[in-house]
Design a protein around this ligand. Structure first.
Ligand code: KG4
Ligand code: ZN
Length: 329
């Protein structure tokens, strides 16, 4: 079964073609990141206009890369939320037009859950149920995944998302946007023990809070104004270290609470090599098998949308052309 997925929840335009929920035939993503970087964050109106311009080209490139004809598509899948309304509407409108013109079914996919599914595309040995952590620019949540119909929220951020904290701290430090990769790169030259930061306490033991550490970085630079000029590697490394440590601590605690032996990580922050190395090693010490998608599948992409849609469709989930964007999930 060939599923064509469309992902336009934030600034990327992605079209992915996946066979039988596992074999990625094409995964084309274009991003308007360069244009947003001069504003220090995504401007929704610019993102959706550029998606409108690029979606047809990305679709054609995916069909070409997969070496299939459009008629061979069995199912059209699309991210319906959460995300930016204008951006989601571009993907949903394109998906409806495609499904209607091909006479094929359409299925709605949740963006956050598709980040978890990216792991299933990469590894054959994952068995549900498991615990999952999604860390992106818009989300930081721990889940108990019984299967992809039955996903229980164990904890989530009370304020900023983890990727958002990376982006804001990079902005405060004058590094640019997006902040995650820039902080990671600068951290390599820094001493992570130089400055003591900690993430604030939370109501629930599996919740997160990142706004306090962001403010702590801001005050550190106010108190030490010269440090902002010198691309402060120690500051970047110390910030990254505390964020990574809290993600590790809570993910392992969630596994303990649910007696889970498998942990799946997804979302843009999962590309962070410090998090990848430390969490895999810490999980191993606890007898937990920890999975990260390949770097390309951590970021927003549509192969994960196609993969999850296959899983749901095979289990009887159906939608109609009346499906719409969903902002509250
Ligand atoms: O999942 P994603 O591509 O888009 C959303 O759904 O939000 O995640 C984007 C986020 C951005 O905040 C970006 O700074 C962060 O992922 N990110 C990273 C790294 N690469 C991307 N954060 C830390 N380290 C990285 N290497
Ligand atoms: Zn995402």
């Amino acid at each position: 079964m060939i599923v064509l997925g469309i992902e336009t929840s934030c600034d990327e335009t992605g079209v992915g073609i996946v066979k039988d929920g596992k074999v990625v035939l094409a995964n084309i993503v274009v991003s308007s990141l360069k244009i947003h970087s001069k504003y220090g964050g995504v401007i929704p109106e610019i993102a959706s206009r550029l998606q409108l311009e690029s979606v047809t080209g990305v679709y054609c490139a995916a069909i070409k890369a997969a070496k299939i004809k459009a008629e061979e598509i069995d199912l059209v899948a699309v991210t319906t939320g959460p995300g930016l309304p204008g951006s989601l509407l571009v993907g949903v409108s394109f998906a409806k037009a495609l499904a209607l013109s091909l006479g094929k079914p359409i299925l709605s996919v949740n963006h956050v859950y598709s980040h978890i599914y990216a792991n299933i595309l990469c590894y054959r040995n994952i068995k549900l149920p498991c615990v999952a952590l999604v860390v992106s620019g818009g989300h930081t949540s721990l889940f108990y995944v019984k299967d992809f119909f039955n996903i229980q929220v164990l904890g989530q951020t009370q304020d900023d998302a983890c990727g958002e904290a990376f982006d804001k701290v990079a902005k405060i430090m004058g590094l640019g946007y997006p902040g995650g990769p820039l902080i990671e790169k600068l951290s390599r030259d820094g001493n992570k023990h130089k400055i003591k930061f900690s993430c604030s306490g939370t109501r629930g033991e599996l919740d997160f809070s990142f706004s306090g550490i962001k403010t702590a970085v801001l005050y550190y630079l106010k108190d030490n104004p010269m440090k902002i000029k010198s691309r402060n590697a120690n500051l970047a490394a110390s910030f990254q270290e505390s964020v990574v440590n809290v993600l590790i601590k809570k993910s392992l605690l969630a596994c303990k609470r649910k007696n889970a032996k498998q942990l799946l990580i997804g979302g843009g922050v999962a590309a962070n090599s410090c998090l990848r190395q430390k969490l895999i090693s810490a999980a191993k010490d606890e007898g937990i098998n920890c999975f990260f998608p390949s770097i390309g599948l951590c970021m927003d992409n549509a192969a994960m949308v196609s993969g999850l849609a296959y899983f749901l469709y095979k289990r009887g989930v159906r939608d109609s052309l009346y499906l719409n964007i969903q902002l509250n999930n």
